[in-house]
Design a protein around this ligand. Structure first.
Ligand SMILES: *Cc1c(COP(=O)(O)O)cnc(C)c1O
Length: 381
């Protein structure tokens, strides 16, 4: 059994993917081919945002946003303590200081009250200027923007939505049901193969409504270009999505919108129906939709989690611990003055969480095998 079965997805989409790839190879327009700008228009339209700027990966997408805003030394950027390393890495990479805030146990996403406490603390101390918040749409579920955006507004901060795992997720904001990657002043995603919408290598994208930011991001993506490629008006990056990846993504976006998002939600519902009497299943709050980058259960304690993972492994069932270490405890952030915040929810989750095999092509028999193994282990205990 595969944790995320990309081989099965390829078998289903093979003829379309093969011809899309062959078309790029035949045309040999490997950089900035027609498929790249076509894909950008398709992604912007799917998300419901004016501009999409594709780039080399999800980490660069976050860095491009930092550069566009000129965030650097002396600036504080608020990041959940429970996320993939990139969300905080890009802040330090820009020379700014990440301030880690706690998450909610039932959604795994940034806690608005912890965010506000952190902003107040930074303001009281006075050493750093609060600049931006990076809410992460973890495991496919958008962060609680209904609670986060008023705080952001109150303190005049910018929102950088890290939608690397959130693409396809949605939530009701005001009267509107809006898609992930539309909640930030700038939003980003990743097309790493295992993400909800993945390509065949590395890829990423930046989204914004703002025309000026969009043209700045287009420039920063290609060596800070001005009128043309050899007119360089600022320091930028080389961070393009190549044409082959764009061609693969065009096929995959179509499948994602037509059936994969629906299928993966059916898989999630079935997991929850079969497991909820045995273990704490992930919750999708009222008004939210998830794209299920992961299906993560919470065990009672570390011993039970590690025991279950070992038991599943014995039965040939892959599982993953996302994430074993809180951000503030990563060695790379050693010396950062960040542990004054109460980060106890993250610490507890890191010891108890386990992600099960999850993807739109997971079959009922495979799922039954996972469910039975989880039940057996918990009943034996
Ligand atoms: C995967 C991921 C990233 C980085 O994306 P890459 O394309 O691997 O650089 C950033 N943030 C989160 C939350 C992620 O899961």
């Amino acid at each position: 059994m595969e944790f995320r079965d990309l081989k099965k997805q390829y078998r289903v989409l093979q003829s379309e993917i093969d011809s899309a790839i062959l078309e790029v190879v035949t045309g040999s327009n490997f950089i900035s081919g027609r498929q790249v700008s076509e894909l950008e228009a398709q992604l912007a339209s799917y998300v419901g945002v004016k501009h999409c700027i594709t780039c080399a990966n999800g980490t660069d997408a976050l860095s491009l946003a930092m550069m566009a805003w000129g965030i650097g030394p002396g600036d504080a950027v608020f990041v959940p303590d429970f996320t993939f390393f990139s969300s905080g890495e890009v802040v330090s990479f820009a020379g700014a200081t990440p301030i880690f805030v706690d998450v909610e146990e039932d959604t795994f996403n940034m806690s608005a009250s912890s965010l506000e406490a952190a902003v107040k603390l930074v303001m009281e101390e006075g050493a750093l200027t609060p600049k931006a918040v990076v809410p992460v749409d973890l495991f496919g579920l958008p962060a609680n923007y209904g609670a986060i955006l008023p705080i952001v507004e109150k303190y005049g901060l910018k929102v950088l939505e890290d939608g690397a795992q959130g693409f396809g997720g949605s939530m009701k904001l005001g009267a509107e049901q809006r898609r992930a990657c539309s909640f930030g002043d700038i939003s980003t995603t990743s097309f790493f193969p295992a993400k909800p919408l993945g390509c065949y290598g590395d890829g990423g994208a930046v989204f914004t409504e703002d025309d000026e930011l969009a043209s700045l991001l287009f420039s920063l993506r290609v060596h800070g270009k001005g009128e043309y490629k050899y007119d360089n008006i600022r320091i930028g990056m080389n961070s393009r999505l190549d044409t082959l990846q764009a061609a693969v993504l065009q096929v995959k976006l179509k499948a994602f919108a037509e059936h994969e998002l629906t299928d993966v939600n059916q898989v999630a519902e079935r997991y929850t129906d079969l497991l909820r009497d045995y273990v704490k299943c992930p919750r999708v709050p009222e008004g939210f939709g998830s794209s299920w980058a992961q299906y993560s259960i919470l065990l009672g304690d570390r011993q039970e989690r590690d025991g279950l993972q070992a038991y599943l492994k014995e039965q040939g069932i892959p599982s993953m611990v996302y994430y074993p270490i809180p951000m503030h405890a990563q060695k790379a952030f050693e010396g950062l003055d960040c542990v004054k915040m109460d980060l106890s929810v993250t610490a507890s989750i890191c010891g108890r969480i386990l992600s099960l095999p999850m993807h739109p092509y997971l079959e009922a028999e495979e799922q039954d095998k996972v469910v039975n193994a989880v039940r057996e282990y918990l009943q034996k205990k």
